[in-house]
Design a protein. Structure first.
Length: 126
């Protein structure tokens, strides 16, 4: 795959195809546009619904870009995206913890209601 084909796929919204094309281009060892190819490959992985890699490949590519091309114009946006990805993961973890606490509290409330219902004397019919 060529760089131009990867760009065309990305611009057309074919992120899975773009990710594959960028990976192929990067694997060929071509020096030209590597920082942009890494950036767009990372974005393509993040945007591709089919990959569902929980951001791992995207994160790795952004980190590679920052490490290999710290002076690139794409390094600052890559760092920002990495920070945002970390924030999202933290928030998702917090949400799971909160959902578990809500479930525990709901179960405890149900248990207490059941105990209360057993303690109440039954009323005779009027």
């Amino acid at each position: 795959m060529t760089y131009e084909a990867a760009e065309k796929s990305f611009d057309a919204g074919d992120y899975a195809g773009a990710a594959r094309s960028y990976e192929s281009y990067l694997g060929a060892g071509v020096a030209e546009n590597r920082d942009r190819a890494l950036f767009r490959a990372a974005l393509a992985h993040a945007l591709a619904r089919e990959t569902a890699d929980d951001g791992g490949e995207s994160r790795a590519l952004f980190q590679r870009l920052v490490a290999q091309y710290p002076a690139s114009t794409y390094a600052a946006p890559a760092n920002l995206i990495l920070k945002l990805q970390a924030d999202v993961e933290t928030l998702q973890g917090n949400l799971k913890d909160q959902q578990a606490k809500v479930k525990t509290l709901a179960e405890e409330l149900k248990r207490l209601k059941d105990i209360d219902m057993r303690r109440r004397p039954s009323r005779p019919p009027p």
